[in-house]
Design a protein. Structure first.
Length: 723
């Protein structure tokens, strides 16, 4: 197992630990602790292997170090040293969780964790709904107090306030996605009942602090999504409040009434005791983790109970002093400010909507922490630090990318474009939050359509739409409006060197030929020397902007509809499943073309030896070539020339045992979908050497000979090796 495999295994272990932590929040403290431990061990091991233990020098991390130091200082003012020492270890544990999440997150992991958070919250809310009707939940069998006239729901959480705080964090994500323009209709239909379910659960917690926090979170969400919606949000909140059941309205209004003996009066008494602790020890506090030990000394005389603080920030000031609490508040401000700035760089998409929801939920959670001690509860503090890590990890990823919008240009043939897909993936891998646009010929559009590394495809047709000067001017205007930060010309192209210069793209990358003087970053074009594969030339070029290779495999995606179209085509041709062999006698350059007569003889040999279903493939302009081959063969062969789109061709080649072809685009489509190829290259033809253009990978046979003397037997032996 090499170093990369170990890192990949550790990343999987780390992500698994985070899932376990996330599941444990509403289910089990032990599960939460185990998940955090697994994730931390995987993370610290990876950091040692990669020798990257340095903590980033940013204001957020500096504030957290100061926060930890102030907790340590409070030890020296504590009357309960070992109790405070345990509190310091808790702080270290949560800071480690934040640090590992913020440091380890990548775009794919972030998507999966957000989706996991959504799924788990639905699961827990269903448990809460069952608790409402059955009287107990089905996870930890927690019962609703029959003497509680409010019939407060807490699902598997310790109490209703914790459940309310949890819902305040996650529900804005659902609502933000519900109003997103970037989700499918099926997802929308799932979100509607989910929002209703979570909202009902929030209402049934009867947690007034959570209700207030949720209203504020929704207002923040509206402001982040669109400034003009805040007035609408106020109207919605007002309308909903009027429609709420009477007991909800009465309980919400009770926050404004303070009568001796009721819950708000109790909280005021608790806060008075907490403030007395702060006044007595304003600098270092009474010692971290010692509120419950010290509160009986400072509480008001007429208050009989020793309750928890019901205000995280007051408890923090009492335990570690006003400076410690202020450091934490500065950290929260820096967290929110960085997250807000990151939104400006985020492109439109469902992840941006989810990020807005998470940020809004975080604000709501922090508001509710002013009425409860969420930050001092194991599961709720875990939720906070995990979510904070996601926000900062996401912001760090966005911040590392110097380019918001990237334009990649490859305006030539199918195979040439396909062999640029590893370079496109390298750009996506290195700049995961940049918006990647690819400019191609209309005839090559399907090569990159559906590619997960591409956000947008634009076409440039110099033979038609952009042929005239006016067409080129409009295209320049279109590029200028898109505000690309960098343009990469993946093949030497005079027209795009000029166009990208005229539209004012700041950084223009390409080869130093065909008006290469207009480029800002360039390398010499040595492709004609065929010193390496075309894929490697392309990776070398994108390396000029710092893109690092991820994988060298070609990317070609087709859909289930494409497969169904192939099924129908074969059914219409009355061909059942069997051994399929594809033959492609055509190619764009006549000098690379093996003779049609020899292709016909090859088909006869294959048919006699294997009894396979043999197909001729090609574009419409290759019909004449394929017709001559079919006429010259004595065997049964199905001519599929011009009957498939490129996507359908990929779906068809996926089913084939082998493709026999001249050097052409279908060779690389077959390679991308995993079909072995026998590729015929013309010897002595400059610019088409197999060292540069051979099918990528090892499971292929390359014949590089003089096409005039190349025998049928030589090709047939190569075919037999693959069959």
């Amino acid at each position: 197992m090499d170093k990369k495999d170990i890192i990949r295994y550790l990343n999987g272990l780390l992500e698994g630990g985070l899932y376990l932590t996330m599941i444990g929040i509403p289910i089990s403290n032990a599960m939460t602790s185990i998940g955090m431990g697994v994730a931390f061990c995987a993370w610290i091991t990876k950091k040692f292997i990669t020798r990257s233990l340095r903590i980033p020098a940013s204001s957020i991390y500096i504030l957290l170090i100061l926060f930890l130091l102030w907790n340590l200082l409070s030890l020296f003012n504590s009357d309960y040293f070992f109790t405070s020492l345990r509190g310091v270890f808790k702080v270290i544990k949560f800071l480690a969780l934040f640090l590992l999440v913020a440091d380890s997150i990548n775009k794919k992991m972030l998507k999966r964790l957000i989706l996991a958070m959504i799924v788990f919250s639905i699961f827990i809310s269903i448990d809460g709904l069952l608790q409402h009707f059955l009287g107990y939940d089905l996870i930890r069998f927690k019962r609703i107090d029959k003497l509680d006239y409010l019939w407060r729901m807490n699902a598997s959480f310790h109490d209703p306030n914790n459940f309310g705080g949890y819902l305040v964090m996650v529900l804005p994500i659902f609502i933000s996605l519900l109003f997103s323009k970037n989700i499918k209709s099926k997802t929308f239909l799932i979100l509607i009942p989910s929002v209703v379910l979570l909202s009902f659960c929030l209402m049934r917690t009867s947690s007034r602090g959570a209700w207030l926090a949720f209203v504020i979170a929704i207002l923040i969400l509206c402001m982040l999504r669109k400034k003009g919606t805040i007035a609408l949000a106020f109207l919605i909140v007002l309308a909903v409040s009027l429609l709420l059941p009477g007991y909800v309205q009465n309980r919400a209004s009770s926050m404004l009434r303070i009568e001796k003996g009721d819950s708000m009066w109790e909280r005021v008494q608790i806060w008075k005791g907490g403030w007395a602790m702060v006044k007595a020890h304003p600098i270092l506090g009474v010692g971290v983790n010692t509120w419950s030990r010290n509160f009986p000394i400072y509480k008001p005389q007429d208050y009989p109970d020793d309750r928890y603080a019901h205000n995280c920030y007051l408890q923090m000031a009492a335990e570690i002093g006003i400076p410690g609490a202020l450091i934490f508040l500065f950290f929260l401000f820096a967290l929110m400010a960085k997250s807000r700035r990151s939104l400006r760089r985020l492109e439109t998409g469902w992840m941006r909507d989810a990020y807005i929801g998470l940020l809004s939920g975080m604000v709501g959670f922090l508001i509710s922490s002013a009425f409860d001690t969420h930050l001092y509860s194991l599961v709720m503090a875990t939720l906070f630090w995990l979510s904070a890590g996601l926000l900062i990890g996401y912001a760090n990823l966005i911040g590392t990318g110097p380019f918001r919008r990237i334009l990649l240009v490859r305006n030539d043939r199918i195979g040439d474009l396909l062999m640029n897909t590893p370079a496109i993936r390298a750009v996506r891998y290195s700049f995961p939050f940049s918006r990647i646009t690819v400019a191609v010929r209309p005839s090559s559009l399907e090569v990159v359509k559906g590619n997960p590394d591409v956000d947008e495809i634009i076409t440039f047709d110099e033979r038609d739409k952009e042929k005239s000067l006016w067409g080129k001017i409009k295209f320049v205007w279109k590029l200028r409006g898109a505000r690309y930060d960098v343009a990469i010309m993946l093949n030497p192209t005079k027209i795009f060197n000029i166009l990208t210069f005229l539209c004012g793209i700041t950084r223009r990358v390409g080869y130093d030929r065909k008006w290469g003087l207009l480029l800002t970053d360039k390398i010499q074009d040595t492709k004609a020397q065929a010193q390496q594969h075309e894929v490697d030339y392309n990776l070398q070029l994108v390396g000029l902007i710092g893109a690092k290779p991820d994988r060298r495999e070609l990317v070609f995606k087709f859909t289930a509809e494409d497969e169904k179209a192939v099924d129908k085509m074969l059914k219409d041709a009355q061909i059942s499943e069997g051994k399929f062999i594809a033959i492609h006698p055509g190619t764009s350059n006549p000098v690379k073309r093996w003779s049609q007569a020899k292709f016909a003889q090859l088909i006869d040999k294959i048919a006699q030896d294997n009894g396979a279903n043999i197909f001729l493939i090609g574009a419409e302009d290759e019909r004449e070539i394929n017709s001559k081959v079919k006429e010259s063969t004595r065997s049964s062969v199905t001519d599929l020339t011009g009957k498939m789109t490129l996507k359908q061709l990929g779906a068809f080649l996926k089913r084939c045992r082998i493709l026999v072809s001249n050097d052409s685009g279908p060779v690389h489509i077959a390679t991308a979908v995993g079909t072995p190829v026998v590729a015929i290259f013309a010897k002595g033809v400059q610019g088409v050497e197999p060292a540069r253009w051979r099918p990528l990978g090892q499971d292929h046979e390359v014949i590089h000979e003089d096409l005039v003397t190349l025998s049928v037997d030589r090709v047939f032996e190569a075919v037999k090796k693959k069959l």
